[in-house]
Design a protein around this ligand. Sequence first.
Ligand code: 3PG
Length: 210
Amino acid sequence: MADATHILRTSPVIPVVTIDDPRHAVPVARALADGGVRIIELTLRTESALESLKLIAEEVPDILLGAGTVLTPGQADAVVSAGAQFLVSPGVTPALLGHMLTLDVPVLPGVATVGEVMAVLERGLHAMKFFPAGPAGGPKYLAAIGAPIPQVQFCPTGGISLASAPDYLKLPNVSCVGGSWLTPSDAIENGDWQRITELAQQAAALAVSP
Ligand code: 3PG
């Protein structure tokens, strides 16, 4: 089942997490889960990201583990082997999307234009990441897309905060938002897992349109 609509309904916020030191991976995932956020998008922006993915997959089974910043078919293969349960890409190319659809995990492709939404829809997917949400047009842009294409659910990501999340979450075509604000780099470096749990609790309490 490649469609990720059910993934978007896991939590009001999908934390977009970047980890430098794999020793931080499990405590960060546990801190999020303790705060009620049982999903994580771990980015492939660090050299050790695959190691962090494997550790979370092995040691925090109660969190839904996604891999983000998937840019190539090879990366998609590697993260699925490492235990990723869903894939997120910042944008789509025919080659990357085609390959991701051959893998046995849900796929959340990034889109930023109406043409890209239509291209992904043609491949049978009804859940997409809207990226970069703020610079690409914000809630007004998404509301406008929802008029001609109401059948797509979005996870807007990029430039969203706890304060701006409700502007997106009230839209009927938004099931959740993504953001890195739940896992600030200083909290990770200082081992301040309690702060991450508190940020997760705030995020988990956000209201989502029915
Ligand atoms: C992403 O990859 O989705 C973004 O980098 C997250 O955006 P943010 O840091 O503005 O939340």
